[in-house]
Ligand binder design. Structure first.
Ligand code: DOR
Ligand code: ZN
Length: 343
């Protein structure tokens, strides 16, 4: 079965393509790309005014399975991914049981193979049970297909623990992805610390609660030689730290989420809408502007959603009791086209 896609705006950075061309698909292969293609046997679809891009990859997604299927599961969340244009997602390890050994990695892969709507690349925990106490079974997980290590959702609190995990785990060649949150400093912080938190009477989450660990993790990555990726970076100062690390030639990368790029703390008002409760919190307009500048100058290596579904009833609770997290897979591409490409 052949398919001729006409007049789409085709974007493929891998071959430096960014323009209006036709694409002929035969079976599961792209047979031709060019202008004014014809093929008598093909079904023709006119894509005038639409984009055609390679399948997108979201390197930060919570699929919730195993353990939290009431919030979402591998089938439902990979369906959301496919609906949003993603053909691959990296799953986060804060499952139940935690993805901290090869068996859980294998479970995720097997469910994804049976029911998934896109490719799933599991990440594995850096520490057992995400507790920050004992190194996880890194080698076992890599053997089973784990692509990266992260304690996302918590972050490793002890600098010594992080050093040991990086010293040991770097032999597997995978990247260490950091959720940067100093729990002692952040405490029960609900939203960004500042005028909005004060006005709404919500406990503040200072930018420093993230930035201190970004700096610490860059320094420990330099000490150990490990590859570091900063997850969901949300502050201008944190981004400057990544910029400086890159300028030094360190293997440090980072991602920003659509919500930290396109929303600010000012979205949170007296309605206490828990949809805006997210970790790290929405920051200031100056921070969002700095992140967008970081996308443009390449300091931000990837836009990743941190897609984190929760149940209706959980998000319907009082602001302080509702869990942190937003969904993003179905809205990310549209937001990026509207707010970045078109502007
Ligand atoms: O808002 C968040 N939700 N941030 C995280 O880091 C974890 C996530 C979740 O698992 O719900
Ligand atoms: Zn996350």
């Amino acid at each position: 079965m052949a398919l001729l896609l006409k007049n789409a705006h085709v974007v493929d950075p891998a071959v430096e393509l960014d323009g209006c061309v036709d694409v002929l698909v035969e079976g599961d292969k792209i047979a031709a790309v060019g202008e004014n293609l014809t093929c008598d046997a093909a079904e023709v679809i006119d894509l005038t005014g639409r984009y055609l891009v390679p399948g997108l990859v979201d390197m930060h997604v919570h699929l919730r399975e195993p353990g939290f299927e009431a919030k979402g599961d591998i089938e439902s969340e990979t369906a959301a991914a496919a609906h949003g244009g993603f053909t691959g997602v990296c799953s986060m390890p804060n499952t139940k049981p935690v993805t901290d050994n090869g068996v859980v990695v294998e479970y995720i892969k097997s469910v994804a193979a049976a029911k998934g709507h896109c490719r799933v690349y599991p990440s594995g925990a850096m520490t057992k049970g995400l507790k920050g106490e004992i190194i996880s079974e890194m080698g076992d997980m890599v053997e089973h297909g784990c692509v990266a290590f992260t304690d996302d959702g918590h972050g490793v609190q002890g600098a010594g623990m992080l050093r040991r995990a990086m010293d040991y785990g770097q032999m597997f060649g995978k990247v260490f992805m950091s959720h940067c949150q100093d729990e002692d400093l952040v405490g029960d912080g609900q939203i960004n610390e500042g005028a909005v938190s004060t006005r709404l009477g919500l406990l503040g989450w200072p930018a420093e609660g993230e930035e201190l660990q970004i700096m610490r993790d860059i320094m420990i990555a330099e000490l150990t030689g490990a590859k570091l990726h900063i997850q969901h970076i949300s502050t201008a100062k944190g981004l400057d730290m990544v910029r400086a690390a890159k300028a030094k030639g360190l293997p440090v990368t980072c991602e920003a989420t659509p919500h930290h790029l396109f929303l600010t703390e000012d979205a949170i008002d007296g309605t206490y809408n828990t949809c805006f409760k997210v970790n790290p919190p929405l920051r200031t307009a100056a921070d969002a502007e700095a992140l967008i500048a970081g996308v443009i100058d390449g300091t931000v290596d990837a836009i990743a959603t941190d897609h984190a579904p929760h149940s209706d009833w959980e998000k319907s609770r009082e602001f302080e009791l509702a869990p942190f997290g937003m969904t993003g897979l179905e809205t990310a591409l549209g937001l990026v086209i509207t707010n970045l490409v078109k502007t």
